[in-house]
Each structure stands twice: as structure tokens, then as C-alpha cells.
Write a protein that binds this ligand. Structure first.
Ligand code: ADP
Ligand code: 5SP
Length: 465
């Protein structure tokens, strides 16, 4: 049996799976947490990787790293970090995003140039923030990498830095349509040129670990999830992790001037139109804490409430929001009455509110021409029975849950298998349909319990959009 390993260095943790390259069957796995916060010393990712992979890699032929997208790892001439990495969910560079949009002549110009309209998440805006706010570290910066690039670089002995088209497409200075860096945009943002990793197409071996394991180029976490889930035409993924994301594979690049859809590349030769919200699984965690329960208790409470939570609506923008672009927003709870103000309704409103933004994302993808036959529900919060029951009511299309697994890490492992053997293996999987369960009894039709319209009204009233 040829063994391959996949790594998901995500916002909250580092997960490692080792599996059979032919079947994808997981042989061993482990995970360790990352530090809290939206700026993190990259060394913490290395520590988590070393701990999680310890004792796991015997006999592994090849590995690949997938990582949280967009994070700015700024390095000096010696390869040391000039400051902690700014992560995708750090919103401080929102004013710089607005500046850059204005300077280039508007959102449409950016969508045409790099497929994505800058928001604070994108690396290019973080570079502008660094140049404007921290002249010392900015002056020492010689090169910039993404989290997965940096881990791959460390694993292969800190020689030439490489990346892939999927992760490069989230920087704001690489064009999915042309497959080239837009160094002019990087220079516009930072004020001068910086060294960037070489973009390597798959399949490829880009180096070896100190123990002789072949290393594949790796990719962004969402691109790896697409590889791990082996998407078919008509499949749309809704991933419920720290971020909430909705994406599908596309044969053509996208350029959405509204900024709702990010026009990323995937980890093969195709494209990955994607909508990302910043407030997802952690909304459920915060709601559970507020209600003095755990995630199981929150799910039970939500399922004990009626669809629509008796009119209680949560705009879950607890950490600011990216889609819609409301970086300084806070959460809003509307519709409190003596009847609605129950723990059950609060729990239900948290699940419904979290899913409403993603339902809007699904609509945006559909409106852009993406075929939506079914939704595949994945990520940590997809394990919640309440989420599995409520998602089909809101999405209005068949929803399936693939077997619980780390699909980002599995996608990275599949890329490693591709690198080691030269072909992309097919790995068998049986998905389970999600139904509205008891909720279908109370809910006249999918999405028809007023949830989405009340969410839209509350957003308009509070944020004017
Ligand atoms: N049963 C569950 N119900 C709701 N949320 C869950 C459940 N299990 C895990 N989560 C949440 O999922 C999140 C982790 O998901 P994951 O996809 O690994 O995120 P990330 O990739 O962003 O680190 C955590 O916030 C965790 O609390
Ligand atoms: O910014 C995006 C996508 O554009 C996020 O999806 C990050 O890639 C972080 O992912 P998770 O850690 O939440 O999986």
C-alpha cells in the first residue's frame, strides 16, 4: 500500500491524515489547535504541525499542505517573519481595500484584473496596511508568502518558495484568467516589488522533507476541499468551519464586480467561484456559551423551536463581516417578544442566521450561472443535527452530508497521491441525504417560514443593504 499524507493548516487547528493512495482510506490522523486571534506567529503553525504529525509519517511516500487562504506571511532577507502573520479574518485593512479599489478605477477593474474585488481578507490589502502602518517591518520585508506556501517552504528545507494557482488566486496579485502574477498590483499596494513564490501546476513534486518524503505543491484549504470531495458538475459545497464558504468547480474564470463572488482558481486547471462569510461555526459556539450549554445542547434547543424562531432573527456578524462587506459590523438580534425570547428560539435564530448568509451566497452562485443540483455540507458545524435539518429548508435544493471526515486534509493527500503516482485517484464515498426531519411538518415549503425575508429586512434596516 502506498501511503500519502495531507495537512489542513486551518484557522483553528492543524489536522493531519495519512491514507491509502489508491482508496483514500484513512489509516492514521491527528490534530492540534492553533492560537486564537487574527494575527499569529507562523512558528505556531509549525509547532502544531510537528506535534500533530509526530509518529504518523512512517512509510509515507508523499505529502501536501493545504492552508487557510490569504494570510500575509511577510519575511525578511534571512527568511524570518517581520511581524506575526495577518490572517484572512483580520479586518484592519478594510480602509486599504477601499483605497485600492478607488485607485484602480473601481471594483470592476479589480474583478477583471484578478477575479476578485479586494476586501480586508485579501493579501494585497494587508500589504498596503503594512506599508502604511508599520514602516519598520515593511522596510525589512523582502518576500511575501501565504500560510500553506510558508509551511511547504519550511518542510522542503527553505530553498525556493513555491505555491499553486488555487492559493495564489486569493492574493489579489495573481490572475486566474491569465495564470500570471500581477506584480504591478503588488507594487501598487506595497510601494515596491517583493519576491513571491513560483506557481507550480499539479501534478508535481516540489521537494522533499528532511526524512525523504516527497512534497506536492499544496493549495488553499477550499481548493483542497474541492479535491477531497471530488466534485461533480452540479455539486455545490457549503463548508461550515471558522469561515462559511459556498463554492463550485467551474470551467471558466469568473469576475463578479459586486464583490460577492470571489473568482478563485482551483487546484487542477479549472476555477472555483466562491462566496465566503466570516461568521460561521463560531456563531454556534458563542450562542451555546450564551445559553449555558454545549454544541449538542444548542442543536437540541434549535430543533425544539419552530422554523423561523417565532420571528427572532440574528444577523450573526459577531467578528465584523466579509460578505456582505461590513468589516466593522457587530451582531444584531431583532424580533424579541415575550413569546419569542426563549432559549429554543435563540438557538434556532443562531443556526438560521448563520445559514442565511450562505443561502444568499448560493443564490449568487446560481445567478452567476453555476449549476446547483445539490449541496454537499461539510466542515465542523456540518456535524450539528440542527444544521443538517435546517439547511435543506433554507437552501431549497437536495442537501447531502458526506461521511464526517477532514476533506481539506484528504484533498491535500489526494494531491500528494497525484504527485507521487502521476494520476489523480478516484476515492469511493457514500453521502447521506439530509432532510428537514420534523421541521418539514411545520414548514410549508423550503425557505417559506419567513426566515430569509426577515433576515434581509433586518440587514437592510441595520446596515442599509
Ligand atoms: N457538532 C458540532 N456542532 C456545531 N459546531 C461544531 C460541531 N463540531 C465542531 N464544530 C465547530 O466547527 C469548528 C471547526 O470546524 P473546522 O471545519 O475544523 O474549522 P476550521 O477549518 O476553520 O479550523 C469549531 O468552531 C467547532 O466548534
Ligand atoms: O478566506 C477564506 C476563503 O476565501 C477562508 O475560507 C479561509 O481559507 C479560512 O478557512 P477556514 O479556516 O475557515 O477553513
Amino acid at each position: 500500500m502506498t501511503l500519502v499524507a495531507g495537512v489542513d493548516s486551518s484557522t483553528q487547528s492543524c489536522k493531519v491524515v495519512v491514507c491509502d493512495a489508491d482508496t483514500g482510506e484513512v489509516q492514521r490522523s491527528a490534530a492540534l489547535p492553533h492560537p486564537e486571534g487574527s494575527e499569529v506567529d507562523p512558528a505556531a503553525w509549525w509547532t502544531a504541525w510537528e506535534g500533530a504529525s509526530a509518529g504518523l509519517l512512517d512509510g509515507v511516500a508523499a505529502l501536501s499542505v493545504a492552508g487557510q487562504q490569504h494570510g500575509m506571511v511577510a519575511l525578511d532577507a534571512e527568511g524570518a517573519s517581520v511581524r506575526p502573520a495577518l490572517l484572512w479574518n483580520d479586518t484592519r485593512s478594510a480602509p486599504q481595500a477601499a483605497e485600492l479599489i478607488d485607485e484602480l478605477g473601481g471594483a470592476g477593474e479589480w474583478a477583471q484584473a484578478v477575479g476578485t474585488v479586494p476586501v480586508a481578507s485579501l493579501t494585497v490589502t494587508k500589504l498596503r496596511w503594512l506599508a502604511e502602518h508599520e514602516p519598520g517591518p515593511a522596510g525589512r520585508t523582502e518576500r511575501v508568502m501565504l500560510p500553506h506556501d510558508w509551511l511547504t517552504w519550511c518542510l522542503t528545507g527553505r530553498g525556493e518558495a513555491v505555491t499553486d494557482r488555487g492559493d495564489a488566486s486569493g492574493t489579489g496579485y495573481w490572475s486566474p484568467a491569465t495564470g500570471e502574477y500581477r506584480t504591478d498590483l503588488l507594487e501598487r499596494a506595497f510601494g515596491r516589488t517583493l519576491e513571491v513564490p513560483r506557481v507550480v501546476p499539479s501534478p508535481a513534486v516540489v521537494g522533499e522533507t528532511a526524512t525523504g518524503i516527497q512534497v506536492a505543491p499544496g493549495t488553499g484549504d477550499n481548493m483542497a476541499a474541492a479535491l477531497g470531495l471530488q466534485l461533480q458538475p452540479g455539486d455545490v459545497v457549503v463548508s461550515l468551519g471558522t469561515s462559511g464558504v459556498v463554492f463550485a468547480i467551474s470551467e471558466a474564470p469568473s469576475a463578479d464586480p459586486t464583490g460577492i463572488i470571489a473568482g478563485f482558481a482551483d487546484a487542477t486547471h479549472r476555477f472555483l467561484p466562491l462566496v465566503c462569510t466570516m461568521n460561521c461555526a463560531r456563531v454556534l459556539g458563542a450562542a451555546a456559551t450564551m445559553l449555558g450549554t454545549d454544541l449538542t445542547g444548542l442543536s437540541d434547543l434549535a430543533l425544539a423551536a419552530r422554523p423561523g424562531a417565532d420571528g427572532l432573527t440574528l444577523l450573526p456578524y459577531l467578528d465584523g463581516e466579509r460578505t456582505p462587506n461590513l468589516p466593522t459590523a457587530t451582531g444584531t438580534l431583532v424580533g424579541l417578544t415575550r413569546q419569542s425570547m426563549t432559549p429554543e428560539n435563540l438557538a434556532r435564530a443562531a443556526v438560521e442566521g448563520m445559514l442565511c448568509g450562505l443561502t444568499d451566497g448560493l443564490d449568487a452562485l446560481r445567478a452567476s450561472g453555476v449549476r446547483v443540483d445539490r449541496v454537499l455540507l461539510t466542515g465542523g458545524a456540518a456535524q450539528s443535527p440542527a444544521v443538517r435539518a435546517i439547511a435543506p429548508l433554507l437552501f431549497g435544493v437536495p442537501v447531502s452530508a458526506p461521511p464526517t471526515a477532514e476533506y481539506v486534509a484528504l484533498g491535500a493527500a489526494r494531491q500528494a497521491a497525484w504527485a507521487a503516482t502521476g494520476h489523480l485517484p478516484e476515492w469511493p464515498r457514500e453521502d447521506q441525504p439530509c432532510t428537514g426531519g420534523q421541521d418539514t411538518v411545520d414548514s410549508p415549503a423550503p425557505g417559506d417560514s419567513g426566515v430569509r425575508s426577515r433576515y434581509a429586512e433586518a440587514r437592510l434596516a441595520r446596515h442599509g443593504l
